[in-house]
Write a protein that binds this ligand. Structure first.
Ligand SMILES: *Cc1c(COP(=O)(O)O)cnc(C)c1O
Length: 429
């Protein structure tokens, strides 16, 4: 198995950054998400270098839903990133982490009045997904005596090769306004008093492993931009969304490099901008590819059972990492205290949840596993903790940040008290 540079093996123990994974599990308990700070910074710089070497005016908006831990947002804020936020909660956390309001974009197809109010109050731009949203925001901004800058999300109707649940730019997707009617939406926005369209937004899906769909997206987007420019829209930003995939199978082919991605999208964009004589910011919204490989999930073996397969019962289940159960996704598995030992059997890694589907990994060839061993699932940084739940009366686990040989909690594990924190008893009980 090829390991990324922040993971290594020493004395049969898996290491992340300069820390021994077995020691981290002992110190902080399991299950445990462990994130390498420098890897996130390196991923950010990979994007930044690839894009800004081709075009000056770029901005990277981290998709906060991939992993919304405030420490991660803080790291990215330090690097100058903004964020794609999809709720008032994400917006508030991003601002608290030090991100500038003008570097945020409030996305989503179903915002509430309170969402719009918060965006207006904080001076955050809004990506609109319907004419109803346009009208609501115009009114709310007017009541506040403010003018809000907006974009519309356009549906480019592109078929992307990914899991159907995370393809968001299909003609049939719930997201965006069809390219055929997008000019109509902008025409309506242009006559609004309290809203001014200054951008356009698009996001075609997630875990996309070839760059062609992004090239296609850029093409569709530029046709729309040219048309809107003619109509009088003064562009300040063009946002291509996120979606670049990562290589979960470490024996498989590599995920597209940042440079390949930049090569796919930039020529079309730059030539259109040059032709139109405009130079708005280019925004991208990577989530998964920014944080996924930075993080491992450590989980302890409670028991090993020989049945029709050999089941390894661990303390993390789909309450901790739902991706295998929800998307049939694959995560590489290592025995963190026996790394590099010879394979001795085929194991299925199962969680503690009362559901047949609670399986983290099927039929993996691993060293001989015993009670008390420590399993590591790799590439758990995106849509891992952020999708964790308290299902089955289990508090969410802790998250630790590693920088070199330093480690610290960035979120403690939840206790039974946390499970009860929001509970209210009706007076007749
Ligand atoms: C989820 C999402 C992203 C991030 O997608 P990744 O595949 O994690 O890069 C970006 N923009 C929007 C609007 C999203 O919904």
């Amino acid at each position: 198995m090829t390991l990324p540079p922040h993971l290594s093996v020493k004395d049969r123990h898996l290491r992340i950054g300069g820390c021994d994974a077995v020691e981290l599990a002992f110190k902080y308990g399991t299950p445990l998400y462990v994130t390498d700070e420098d890897r996130i910074r390196a991923n950010f710089h990979g994007y930044k270098k690839a894009l800004s070497s081709r075009y000056q005016n770029i901005r990277i908006l981290y998709a906060a839903k991939a992993n919304g831990n405030p420490s991660i947002l803080k790291i990215l804020a330090e690097e100058g990133a903004g964020a794609d936020v999809f709720s008032s909660g994400e917006l508030t956390i991003a601002l608290q982490a030090g991100m500038k309001p003008e570097y945020l974009l409030f996305n989503g197809s179903s915002k509430t009045e309170a969402d719009h109010r918060l965006a207006v109050e904080k001076g955050v731009r809004v990506s609109l997904d319907s004419i109803d949203e346009l009208m609501q925001l115009d009114q709310i901004a007017g009541e506040a005596g403010k003018v809000v800058e907006v974009s519309f999300r356009v549906n480019p109707a592109i078929d992307v090769p990914t899991h159907p649940k995370i393809a968001t730019g299909l003609a049939t997707s719930k997201f965006g306004i069809p390219a055929a009617t997008i000019t109509e939406a902008y025409a309506q926005a242009l006559v609004c008093k309290n809203v001014v369209p200054v951008g356009i937004h698009c996001h075609i899906g997630s875990q996309i492993l070839s760059v062609e769909p992004f090239a296609k997206e850029a093409q569709v987007l530029m046709e729309v931009v040219a048309e809107l420019h003619k109509m009088g829209v003064k562009f300040k930003f063009v946002d291509l969304g996120g979606g670049l995939g990562v290589c979960y199978e470490h024996y498989g082919g590599p995920a597209p490099a940042f440079d390949a991605y930049a090569d796919a999208i930039m020529p079309e964009i730059i030539s259109t901008f040059t032709r139109l004589g405009i130079s708005p910011e280019i925004w991208i919204e990577p989530g998964r590819s920014m944080v996924c490989d930075s993080t491992i999930l450590l989980t302890k073996v409670n028991s090993v059972k020989q049945a029709h397969k050999t089941f390894v019962n661990v303390d993390a289940g789909f309450n901790t990492l739902i991706r295998p159960a929800m998307y049939d996704s694959y995560h590489e598995v290592l025995v963190a205290n026996r790394a590099g030992e010879e394979q001795a059997g085929t194991y299925t890694i199962t969680g503690p949840i009362c559901e047949t589907g609670d399986i983290l990994a099927h039929d993996r060839k691993l060293p001989a596993i015993q009670v008390g061993d420590l399993i590591a699932l790799l590439d758990a940084g995106a849509y891992g903790y952020s999708m964790a739940s308290q299902y089955n009366g289990r508090g969410r686990c802790a998250e630790v940040l590693v920088k070199g040989d330093k480690s610290a909690l960035m979120r403690r594990a939840e206790t039974v008290d946390d499970l009860l924190a929001a509970v209210v008893t009706p007076p007749w009980l």
